[in-house]
Design a binder for this molecule. Structure first.
Ligand code: MRU
Length: 326
């Protein structure tokens, strides 16, 4: 199973359609930037690193077809606002001199993201112990990246060494990335995974079942404030209350040194139908109810015990904050 693959002759980006998981494993072939935009906006491909790499290949498709690359970049950038990896990937590919150089740049980006996952896995290993309980949210695993994931990378690395971690996976409403994707890929790996409702996470911590929370990031501001899937903030507040460390696992592509703090991060608001209907056959809420459906929330830096990056673990400075600015 793979998240995405770019191939030439005919030029195409093949994606695992994540909206169909876990019931169906179906790959779709995309041949235009517009198709890639649609796939990102509708979460067929999701997770910050995978979004960035998919967008890079979307731009390559436009360039290889001789289309207006600037217009394609604007289209792709409009797909989702929160993950900074999307803008960074497009910026990097646009700097290429021609279509072939753009493909080389996109492949380089994919390889870097894959290597970053492995490095995050190694860096996070000392924060785990055999048999430990770990809580995670959304999907920051293989399906969200081009490698073994970010938040799940230390867990996969540890389990490969025989740690037998007990992973608690928040279902992650509204679109159930935890239930549909994280539980799916962890089960496949042979991990000991327990699916919980989001509302059960506090109780899991209160009972001492989770020794740490591992989460990913869509954008990390210069002061360490972090945007991640909605529901991360309540986990962080509970984790602080119960003295459980919350680790944010993030590659370089998630850091936005130009953004001073969380107030500068655009939080995507998605269709209320995701709350009222999800993908159920029958509505889960009365017709006409008002909805508020932010896809992400911002966890203040002071609630983050450390960042696990490809460059190692970054602990807060003496004042309890972080300095990721330029
Ligand atoms: O809406 P999604 O599924 O794209 O949200 C994904 C997350 O919030 C992930 O935790 C984040 O992108 C990090 S993925 C390695």
């Amino acid at each position: 199973m793979y998240t995405l693959k770019f191939e030439r002759g005919p030029d195409r980006l093949t994606l695992l359609d994540q909206t169909l998981l876990p019931s169906r494993e179906r790959y779709i072939e995309l041949t235009s930037a517009e198709q890639v935009r649609e796939a990102i906006a509708s979460l067929r491909v999701r997770g910050a690193p995978a979004i960035g790499v998919a967008a890079a290949y979307g731009l390559c498709l436009a360039a290889l077809r001789g289309e207006d690359v600037d217009a394609a970049a604007r289209t792709l950038l409009s797909a989702r606002p929160t993950a900074v990896s999307l803008a960074l990937a497009l910026e990097r590919c646009r700097a290429a001199e021609n279509a072939e150089a753009m493909v080389t740049a996109a492949r380089g980006l994919e390889e870097e993201e894959e290597a970053a996952c492995r490095a995050i896995g190694r860096a996070g290993l000392p924060l785990l112990a055999p048999g430990m309980g770990v809580l995670t949210v959304c999907n920051a695993g293989a399906l969200a990246t081009c490698g073994i994931g970010t938040a799940l990378a230390p867990l996969y690395t540890a389990n490969e060494m025989g740690y037998k971690l007990k992973v608690y996976c928040c279902e992650t409403r509204p679109l159930l990335q935890g239930a549909r994707l994280t539980a799916f890929e962890l089960l496949r790996s042979g991990a000991d995974v327990t699916l919980i409702c989001d509302a059960a996470a506090a109780g899991v911590m209160a009972a001492g079942r989770a020794g740490a929370v591992f989460a990913g990031a869509d954008r990390v501001a210069a002061n360490g404030d972090t945007a991640n899937k909605v529901g991360t903030l309540p986990l962080a507040i509970c984790a602080r209350h119960y003295n459980v460390p919350l680790y944010i696992c993030a590659p370089r592509s998630a850091f936005d040194p130009g953004c001073a703090d969380g107030r500068g991060i655009a939080v995507e608001e998605r269709d209320g139908g995701e709350i009222t209907d999800l993908w159920f056959a029958r509505p889960a809420a009365p017709r006409g109810v008002k909805t508020f459906n932010p896809a992400f929330d911002i966890t203040p830096a002071r609630l983050i015990a450390a960042f696990i990056t490809e460059a190692g673990v970054i602990w807060p400075n003496g004042g309890g904050g972080y300095g990721f600015g330029r």
